[in-house]
Design a protein around this ligand. Sequence first.
Ligand SMILES: CC(C)(COP(=O)(O)OP(=O)(O)OC[C@H]1O[C@@H](n2cnc3c(N)ncnc32)[C@H](O)[C@@H]1OP(=O)(O)O)[C@@H](O)C(=O)NCCC(=O)NCCS
Length: 175
Amino acid sequence: MTGIRPAVPGDIDAIMAIEQTAFDPERRASRRSLVRALGSARQIVMVCESAGRVVGYAILWRFEHTWRLYSIATDPAVQGGGVGTGLLEAAIAAARGGGARWLQLEARPAPALTNWYAKHGFRPIATLSDYYGPGDDAVRMRLCFRRDVQRGRQPAPTGTSTAKKKALQGGPSAI
Ligand SMILES: CC(C)(COP(=O)(O)OP(=O)(O)OC[C@H]1O[C@@H](n2cnc3c(N)ncnc32)[C@H](O)[C@@H]1OP(=O)(O)O)[C@@H](O)C(=O)NCCC(=O)NCCS
C-alpha cells in the first residue's frame, strides 16, 4: 500500500538515503539540516511510504503568505511511478489548506522538471543567476492560489540564491 504521511524523526535514515541517491553531491542537504527540518515548526516534512518503505519525501516551509517547496525527491529505484506527483499534489494541498497565497519553488532549468511543475500550475517568475553555484542558474516558479494574485497583482519576487543547506537552515530554497 502506498500513502503520504507526515514524517517522524525515525524517518531520517530513509530520507537521508533518498537525498544521497536522488541528488548530486553539491545539492544534497546534510543530515543536520534534515533533522532540523523534522523538528521545525515552520517546516512540514512529508514522506511517501510504499509497502512499509519510505520512497519519497517533500519539505515545505511556511511563511505568512508565501509557502515554499524546498525539496522533493523520489528514490531513483521507483522514479516515474507516480510518487513525486503524489507528493507534489500533497504539498500543494497543504499550502492551499494552510492559507498560503502562493507556493513557490526554485528548480534546475531542466525542461523535464520545469514542465512537470508547469503541469501542476507553477509558472516561472524569475531566473536566479548562479543560484546553485557559478554558472548554475535556477528558475523560480510560483503557483498562485488567490484569484486577485493570479490576475497579476502579485508582489515582486523576493530573495536570491544560496544552496540547499542554507535553504534548510532558513535561507531560500535550492530545489
Ligand atoms: C522530480 C522527481 C521528484 C519526480 O518524482 P517521480 O516519482 O519520478 O515523479 P512521477 O513518477 O510522479 O512523475 C514523473 C514526472 O516527473 C518528471 N520528471 C522530472 N524530472 C525527472 C527525473 N529526473 N526523472 C524522472 N521523472 C522526472 C517526468 O517528466 C514526469 O512528468 P510527467 O508527469 O509529465 O510524465 C524525481 O524525479 C526526483 O527525485 N528527481 C531527483 C531530485 C530532483 O531533481 N528533485 C526535484 C527538484 S529538488
